[in-house]
Design a protein around this ligand. Sequence first.
Ligand SMILES: C[S@@+](CC[C@H](N)C(=O)[O-])C[C@H]1O[C@@H](n2cnc3c(N)ncnc32)[C@H](O)[C@@H]1O
Length: 272
Amino acid sequence: MTQRFGGQWTLIKLEMLQSYLSFYTTALKNQNFSLCYIDAFAGSGNVDLKTEHNVTGSALRALDHPFDRYIFIEQDESYLSELSSKVLKRAPGKCIDFISGDCNDSLRKVLSYKWYANHWRGVIFLDPYAMDLKWETLASIAKTQAFDVWYLFPLSALIRCLPREGRIPASWKEKIDGLLGTDEWQNELYHAPAQLSLFDDDRVERVEVEGVEAYVIKRLRTIFPGVSANPAVLRQSKNAPMFLLCFAISNSNPRAIQLSLNGADHILKHKT
Ligand SMILES: C[S@@+](CC[C@H](N)C(=O)[O-])C[C@H]1O[C@@H](n2cnc3c(N)ncnc32)[C@H](O)[C@@H]1O
């Protein structure tokens, strides 16, 4: 069974990720680190797109790059078992952990290991369908200082929860708080309309989509020492924005930040 999801953005994100994995493993080849790749929404190994059948997914692509260890987390047990049989066929003998469960719980456990102190460095790919990734999970990645992160931020799912004129149900607010790690978004993303009449005191207006994108990057900068200023807006065929592909670095060493940012920015500027 092949998973069905995605659109033209799926190939773009996979190619960007793969270019970065190639850049990263080459750049760190002669350094004294062990390298780990973590895919926290690993899927079944393949994706079936409407336009293109049977595209190789992120986890299988990562195996083509010389990491010392791979960790694949997937909530759906049937996808995980499918992935594990494909992986074992494609790359027997590699060091791979398959973890079945929610990425937030699983990542927090995985990241409690002292990766940085034990000379590990790596890349984490976060590829949710929707608003599944909790802010605390991102914060726990940022604390490791050891991982670079590609996060396919669910822009259209967030925009759907942010009606132009406000009036957001409490349950949506809670979901947005969990995604962005604060409730300050209510003041940052909504303002009083430019033209107010006497009767409009409590009316608000949401910022444009570009304002929401900029706010996501601003939030990431509160926890990661390095964040690319050039996230890729991935669009569906009618040009509506679907996802914001963001790149962040947890290592606070300025040379490490510069190296990773140079590689990621080059990819982000040339692949969209
Ligand atoms: C967009 S797909 C990922 C595709 C994968 N990156 C690839 O390229 O093949 C998202 C995957 O995340 C899984 N998933 C959804 N919510 C999850 C969660 N909370 N924790 C772990 N996996 C989850 C879904 O079952 C699905 O397989």
